[in-house]
Design a protein around this ligand. Structure first.
Ligand SMILES: *Cc1c(COP(=O)(O)O)cnc(C)c1O
Length: 466
């Protein structure tokens, strides 16, 4: 498989190239040159496969020839062996129509583990082959940092430097990062906000002094390999509910549009998807874009579902490219306009193309609390605030009663105990494997909110590229 940039002006790369590159050199995002497609008979033959075997079937067309089938199977076996549930992403029934796809059985209790556990191993595999070294630099306000750290801790050829705003992440989130003891893991608490930390990371990517010495990489969801790994669980859920003979709808708590874009990819590959419901909180740029064509960023309002508190959804560009006729030059102009004014209108082709598969809904704090309470009182399920936004959207989207609707459960409720307790009166406890989180020793460095201090620290501790 070859990959092309959404802005049409970067070299096309193979899977190994896009995995290590992240962003394309023209500022665009890499997408497959064409969607691989399974026949109905091929999809029917996937029923009953283990998660790992299904993952191999679904991902093989995307990774060939960079990985052999045996390499891929080996990486998936090790990545998904870290999950606490044999089914990896088990499906739970809510009521006659609604189902919950639990994506939080990985080591850090959020769905990001599904992709990052594989990505960490892909990095190691490709770097060993090239005898090279990677320096991951990231800023986190919560879930991404812990999932990325767990995915690369102790791995050869990768160092990770994760910046978090000092005193502004929850105790659970901070401890999930700072209690990981491995020589290649460097947690840095910055005296400043998340935006200050993020700005420093962005500056480092264009600092030629740093990029000349180190192969610097990001782990956010612009990386194609992350999206690819998420396509698998759409197949897993739909197959259990009767695909390919029966259509299934999905409701996805959305921030950066990575997870729900993976559902779009599954549909392009032949999975019979009735509808993809994009669920947002009050930070609703995607709801406005999909319902009225208005893609304009406001200011971020903090909510009880912080991983969805986002105003610009990077992966939306991939959808605009695909439904807008794959015209990289036109999209580059449209995105340049957006970057200067923070607003744009979708074209008619983009609106119609998106409307064929996507619906959107917005949930405020009351909707979210009511969905948590409904799940608890009527279905005996305790769900987290992000999942509750998805459930609210699923139940209000007007999907025909005979179509099963799967809400993606993106985080374990114990990650957001206060919000869950407020809505349900129940305080979820951390799963057994996390039970000693508050006894483990923490290790992190504190630095001033000053770029030079952060750069000097990373330069002193990272391994130069080959
Ligand atoms: C990251 C995250 C999301 C948003 O996913 P995107 O792929 O960015 O749309 C939703 N819920 C939780 C718990 C997350 O960690």
């Amino acid at each position: 498989m070859k990959y092309v940039s959404t802005r049409g002006n970067a070299p096309s790369l193979d899977f190994e190239g896009v995995t290590l590159a992240g962003l394309a050199s023209d500022g665009g995002l890499y997408v497959p040159e064409a969607w691989p497609r399974f026949s109905e008979a091929e999809i029917a033959a996937m029923a009953g496969l283990s998660y790992v075997e299904l993952a191999v079937k679904v991902m093989l067309p995307f990774v060939t020839p960079s990985l052999t089938e045996d390499d891929l199977r080996d990486l998936c076996t090790r990545a998904y062996g870290r999950f606490a549930h044999q089914a990896v992403t088990p499906l739970v029934q809510f009521d006659q129509q609604h189902w919950l796809l639990e994506l939080f059985h990985g080591p850090t209790l959020a769905f990001k583990d599904v992709a990052l556990q594989l990505l960490g191993r892909l990095f190691e595999h490709f770097l060993a082959k090239r005898e090279d070294h990677l320096t991951i630099v990231g800023a986190t306000s919560g879930d991404t940092g812990s999932a990325a750290i767990d995915a690369v801790a102790g791995r050869e050829r990768v160092d990770i430097f994760m910046l978090h705003p000092d005193g502004r992440v929850s105790d659970v989130q901070r401890r999930q990062m700072t209690t990981v003891r491995a020589p290649n893991v460097h947690n840095i608490a910055i005296d400043g906000s998340f935006d200050d930390a993020q700005a420093m990371v962005k500056r480092m990517f264009v600092d030629s002094h740093m990029t000349g010495r180190f192969r610097i990489s990001a782990v956010n969801s612009i990386n194609w390999a992350r999206l690819m790994a998420q396509v698998v669980y759409y197949f897993a859920a739909a197959l259990q509910l009767g695909a390919p003979q029966r259509k299934v709808a999905f409701s996805v708590p959305t921030g950066n549009f990575g997870d729900v874009f993976a559902g779009y990819v599954a549909a392009q590959m032949g999975l019979p998807v009735e509808r993809l419901i994009v669920a947002t909180n009050v930070n609703d740029i995607l709801h406005r874009a999909l319902s009225s064509g208005d893609y304009s960023a406001g200011t971020v309002t903090p909510t009880a579902a912080p991983s969805m508190d986002i105003q610009v959804s990077s992966n939306f560009e991939r959808l605009l490219f695909d439904v807008g006729g794959r015209d990289g030059k036109a999209l580059a102009e449209q995105m340049a306009g957006f970057e200067s004014t923070k607003a744009m209108q979708l074209t008619n082709a983009q609106r119609q193309g998106a409307a064929a598969l996507f619906t959107s809904a917005r949930a405020d704090a009351d909707d979210m609390g009511q969905a948590m309470a409904w799940a608890h009182e009527k279905c005996g399920q305790v769900i987290d605030p992000h999942t509750a936004i998805g459930l609210h959207a699923a139940r209000t989207a007007g999907i025909a009663a005979e179509i099963p609707v799967v809400t993606l459960a993106t985080a374990h409720p114990a990650k957001f105990r206060d919000a869950v307790e407020r809505a349900t009166g129940t305080r979820p406890s951390l799963p057994g494997r996390m039970g000693d989180l508050f006894e483990r020793a923490e290790q992190y460095d504190r630095l001033p909110g000053d770029y030079d201090a952060v750069r000097d620290f990373i330069e002193a501790h990272a391994t130069p590229s080959a």
